[in-house]
Design a protein around this ligand. Structure first.
Ligand code: NAD
Length: 504
């Protein structure tokens, strides 16, 4: 089925067992830059729809697991070709559905294409290896086996790249998938599903179920035939899913969650690099990246100069519809995003932050139908412990500048949150970045760069409450396979390891 475009946008359906399935209830996906535009309509799936998809995936697993890794990789390669063909169309769709400027929408799709290319290449890589046994006549192997039905639950802010981090390694390894895209970006999920179908994945290998987390998502998490859940999203939902799935001892859960990331600017920093890195880290995707820097931890010796330069640039950030070339910051995703931004801003003031840039909620003229806000920047000349605004994810252009005395205080302040996702340090001193590298808590570290900038052949994940240690992208093959030990005896007698007697 090619997308059906109606006056109310693209009509998405669930895709279960190779069939496009309509549903009685639907919901609309609106353009956050102009909510008069309905990007599409998608099914509001029930627990019964979710169960049907899991059952289809379970049936398909029996035959899909029999294919070679090479054959499965060939279908992933077909999919990569289709992504290339539709790159521009998909980029515009990302911008229309989740608001980020077109250059960022394109980067999302390009990252997804890279993931497809990377995973297709893995099909001809070793997926196990032989190891030596203590007993010369034994051959021992470490092999990977697929787990079964894998549920992929994804957020809205990278609606194309993040689903592929999870889905493609899963199917390469012989698993089958039920994909539950975010209810904020169902049409991007639908477009991916169309391409999966066109690429030639057999019925039931990849299924999509649209709808809310509370209904469709929850039913998938609780389904007894699900072997693993790959979740990316907020800490609250990740925690709930981990706790809920723990009831079934066999269920594996990988959670990738939020962050309260920071860029540390040391006294010897190149200030131009520092300011650029901080503006990109703080305001790309309007601060709605899991790796956005909501804290700029700056050595007091250079803080006044840095702050002046940072504010000069932040004031020039152009807010608007991401389809316009000159826009740097698109809208927030919805009204809840605006409410969260306002709440964090109010708390920053109550908690003693000095407001330096009092960004406004924009509601006039071109902004009237979108969720637009400007950057909000405040300062704590001294670090204040136990502040909500410096510890909790704002997921918006809400940025604190925090003055510190030297590298060690910078890292103490950096570590003072429950999160540990992304950290950047700006310095010209290799001894300093090395010390910071080894003492800060994070899963993604950068030197003289912003705290954003993933590439698919690197692991993507956090520590502490940002993730449970099963990173996405590069490392995810470990989450979607069981590593098994397999030993074969070539002798005509049984000889045991550790000198274990075989005498009966
Ligand atoms: P969210 O947690 O609200 O939703 C994520 C997904 O979970 C959605 O598909 C949603 O429908 C589903 N969901 C919600 N409740 C559920 C439930 N009870 N059971 C099953 N599924 C449920 O997150 P969001 O607003 O879409 O995304 C923003 C969050 O994601 C931020 O916290 C951000 O930091 C985080 N994020 C993390 C990473 C990472 O790799 N660490 C990447 C991107 C975004």
């Amino acid at each position: 089925m090619n997308s059906v475009q109606t006056i109310s946008g693209i009509q998405a359906r669930n895709y279960i067992d190779g069939q496009w399935v309509a549903s009685a209830r639907q919901f609309e996906s609106l353009n956050p830059a102009d909510t008069r535009e309905v990007v599409g309509v998608a099914p509001l799936s029930t627990a019964a729809d979710a169960a049907q998809a899991v059952e289809a995936a379970k049936r398909a697993f029996e035959t899909w697991r029999e294919q070679s890794w090479v054959r499965r990789a060939e279908i992933i390669d077909n999919f990569a070709q289709l992504m290339k063909r539709d790159l521009e169309e998909m980029s515009r769709l990302v911008t229309r559905e989740c608001g980020k400027p077109l250059n960022e929408g394109r980067a999302d799709v390009v990252e997804a294409l890279h993931m497809a290319q990377y995973v297709a290449g893995m099909g001809r890589q070793p997926n196990g290896f032989a190891v030596s046994s203590e007993i010369p006549a034994k051959d021992a192997f470490i092999l990977r086996k697929p787990k079964g039905v894998i549920v992929c639950i994804t957020p809205w802010n990278f609606p194309v790249a993040i689903p592929l981090w999870a889905i493609l390694p899963s199917v390469l390894a012989g698993n089958t998938v039920v994909f539950k895209p975010s209810e904020e970006t169902p049409i991007c999920g639908h477009k991916l599903m169309e391409l999966f179908a066109e690429a030639g994945f057999p019925p039931g290998v990849i299924n999509i179920v649209h709808g809310t987390g509370e209904e469709a998502g929850d039913a998938l998490v609780k389904h007894p035939d699900v072997a693993a859940i790959l979740f990316t999203g907020s800490r609250a939902v990740g925690k709930y899913i981990q706790q809920t799935a723990a009831v079934d001892l066999y269920k594996f859960v990988a959670t990738e969650m939020g962050g309260k990331n920071a860029t540390i600017v040391l006294a010897d920093a190149d200030l131009d690099i520092a300011v650029n890195a901080c503006v990109l880290g703080a305001f790309k995707t309007s601060g709605q990246r899991c790796v956005s820097s909501g804290r700029l931890i700056v050595d007091r010796k250079i803080e006044p100069k840095f702050t002046q330069m940072f504010l000069d640039k932040a004031r020039r950030v152009r807010v608007g519809n991401g389809l316009r070339d000159d826009v740097f910051m698109g809208p927030l995703i919805n009204q809840d995003g605006i409410a969260k931004w306002k709440h964090h801003n109010a708390r920053a003031t109550e908690e003693g932050g000095e407001v330096l840039l009092d960004g406004k909620h924009l509601t006039d003229g071109d902004y009237a139908y979108g969720h637009f806000v400007e950057p909000f920047v405040y300062r704590f000349k001294q670090y204040k412990q136990s502040t909500f605004c410096l510890r909790e994810e704002a997921f918006s252009p809400h940025v604190a500048i925090i003055g510190v005395d030297g590298m060690e205080e910078a890292v103490r302040v950096y570590n003072d949150t429950e999160y540990g996702l992304s950290m950047a340090v700006i310095t010209e001193d290799y001894r300093k970045w090395r010390w910071v590298r080894d003492h800060a808590d994070y899963g993604l570290g950068y030197v003289n760069l912003p705290s954003i900038g993933a590439e698919v052949h690197l692991p993507f994940g956090g520590v502490k409450s940002s993730g449970n240690g099963h990173p996405g992208a590069e490392g995810i093959i470990d989450s979607v396979t069981h590593r098994i030990a397999f030993t074969v005896n070539h002798a005509r007698e049984i000889v045991m390891a550790q000198g274990l007697s075989t005498k009966v």
